[in-house]
Design a protein around this ligand. Structure first.
Ligand SMILES: [Zn+2]
Length: 292
């Protein structure tokens, strides 16, 4: 019974925070476009005009609006999932489709929260352990934003990356506090950072940013800190590359993806990271036979 209450709470919180994440994705994009414009960089003028209204009015009055007709969303338009389903994915006023980002990110975060509780590999007994779990959930919201943003626009916004890194630092502090062998725990964190971030840094430097962006290096650091274990970092990297191959190779064969197409690496890395967190210890014990 207690678990049912926890799961319900996680689903509802996940849907609401997913809704927040969806709104953040558009606001970050609007900000990005106006910054690009201010710095006289290339930017999509139509998109800028459409999203501009999200940045005007100041943060305090920043209510979500329809990106097409500027209709200010009422409270009943902002109920996660329910509003989207009842409107069949269209704006209440202009009936132009809203798109699938909102319901997917809401469902995604709710699902992540449920899976996190179901597959959390450590006992949630002490206040520190529970704090670490909550840090993980909050970081998950940031990662949902990064995942969506990178999938749509091939970019990982710095602001969100830095929040994830900050949460990673907090999480590492807890891991080290709780560890019996603190030096070893710290070395494992450093190892994770080398595997998930250092490797990308080298690739970034060699290719001068052509193969991967510096955003991936920062994302890798955040993920490494959250995993705080070099073996899990290795599983994450392996899983990310495997998923990448499974997506890229069929897409190349079918011709949907050209040789020089850009594949966002952030979402793959995040998927690999989630797999490593939930199944990493199991995978290491079962398949690699490495003693924990
Ligand atoms: Zn509209």
């Amino acid at each position: 019974m207690e678990n049912v209450v926890i799961y319900l709470a996680l689903i509802l919180t996940g849907l609401c925070l997913g809704s927040f994440a969806g709104a953040m994705v558009w606001r970050l994009r609007a900000r990005q476009l106006s910054e690009d414009k201010a710095h006289h960089e290339e930017y999509d003028k139509d998109e800028y005009q459409r999203l501009k209204k999200l940045t005007t009015g100041g943060a305090a009055h920043d209510r979500s609006r329809c990106l097409h007709c500027s209709y200010v969303l009422r409270w009943y338009d902002l109920i996660p999932l329910v509003s989207w389903l009842s409107l069949r994915g269209k704006c209440r006023q202009c009936h132009i489709p809203i798109g699938y980002l909102e319901p997917l990110i809401e469902l995604g975060v709710a699902l992540l929260f449920v899976l996190s509780f179901a597959f959390w590999p450590y006992p949630l007994e002490t206040p520190l352990a529970i704090t670490q779990f909550i840090i993980w959930l909050v970081a998950g919201v940031g990662l949902a934003i990064l995942f969506s943003y990178d999938t749509k626009w091939f970019l990982l916004p710095d602001r969100v990356n830095f929040v994830v890194i900050g949460l990673g630092v907090l999480s590492v502090a807890i891991v080290i506090l709780r560890s019996a062998d603190r030096l070893n725990a710290l070395l494992s964190v450093v190892g994770a950072a080398v595997i998930l971030s250092g490797l990308y840094l080298v690739l970034y430097l060699i290719s001068r940013g052509k193969w991967i962006g510096f955003g991936d290096v920062k994302l890798g650091l955040g993920l490494a800190l959250l995993l705080a274990d070099w073996r899990l970092a290795f599983v994450a990297l392996f899983a990310a590359n495997l998923i990448g191959c499974l997506i890229v190779i069929p897409a190349m064969i079918s011709g949907r993806l050209k040789r020089d197409s850009h594949v966002p690496f952030g979402p793959l890395l995040i998927l690999g990271f989630v797999i490593a967190q939930f199944a990493g210890i199991y995978l290491i014990e079962t398949y690699l036979g490495v003693a924990l």
